[in-house]
Design a protein. Structure first.
Length: 248
């Protein structure tokens, strides 16, 4: 997949992984459209980038998505890359003691899974018109190996991974390539509640993503994610114990 001269949409593009990807792509002669829920943070991010358009929208909102798709269809007919990066996490998920697990899971499944399906479905007619296009779904290593403290978030990313595989197969005979970006723990505001300060920098995720995109690596497992994935393939139990710091 080419990494320059694209028109790229990045949801959750005003901070963290999304912003770092936007920064790298904007510097490589792509027009980048960043979407975010917080208008102040969105404009602050846009001011730091070149070749950028900022659109205030919440991908979890059906009305916002309709307005977003209408604007993209009219103003950006050459849109050819969609990066589904926006996400929701409820922090610590204590399955034994929480009394709001259903509400937490509902929000995460809606944002991390169902909203991605809705946006992809509505943008596929634009993407399929391009000579080369890509959909990138940002999941996580917990799509394979769930974390105890992110139980419902892990489940939402497992669903996203399964959908991504099906979407890739469905689009095999089209110009639309389907990528999955799987970071480990990343040091962002998003991951603060689960010890994000121990994670890798978001810029490293962006570096490895660009390298994977350029070489058509459809499953981009960043940093230590690859090692844990290989452990999962050889011994799911050992991988689960490793993720949750339990002895084998």
């Amino acid at each position: 997949m080419k990494t320059s001269q694209n028109t790229v949409l990045i949801t959750g593009g005003s901070a963290g992984i999304g912003f770092e990807i936007a920064k790298q792509l904007s510097a490589k002669n792509n027009h980048v459209i960043i979407v975010g829920r917080n208008p102040e943070r969105l404009q602050k991010a846009a001011a730091q980038l070149q070749n950028v358009t900022a659109i205030n929208a919440d991908i979890a909102s059906a009305a916002d998505v309709e307005a977003l798709v209408a604007k993209l269809t009219s103003d950006f007919p050459k849109l050819n890359v969609v990066i589904n990066n926006a996400g929701a996490a409820s922090g610590l998920s204590d399955l034994l003691n929480n009394t709001d697990t259903f509400e937490r899971a509902s929000a995460e499944i809606h944002t991390n899974f169902l909203s991605v399906i809705r946006l992809n479905e509505k943008l596929l007619p634009i993407l399929k018109k391009q000579t080369e296009a890509a959909i990138v779904n940002v999941s996580s290593i917990v799509a394979f190996v769930p974390g105890k403290v992110t139980a419902t978030y892990s489940a939402s990313k497992a669903a996203l991974h399964s959908y991504t595989l099906s979407l890739r197969i469905s689009l095999t005979d089209t110009a639309v390539k389907v990528f999955e970006l799987m970071p480990p723990l990343v040091d962002t505001e998003f991951s603060t509640e689960i010890g994000g300060h121990n994670g890798i920098p978001a810029s490293q995720v962006a570096d490895e993503f660009l390298a994977g995109l350029e070489t058509d690596n459809y499953e981009i497992r960043v940093a230590g994610t690859e090692q844990l994935y290989q452990l999962f393939l050889s011994s799911p139990t050992e991988a689960l114990n490793a993720m949750n710091s339990r002895p084998s």
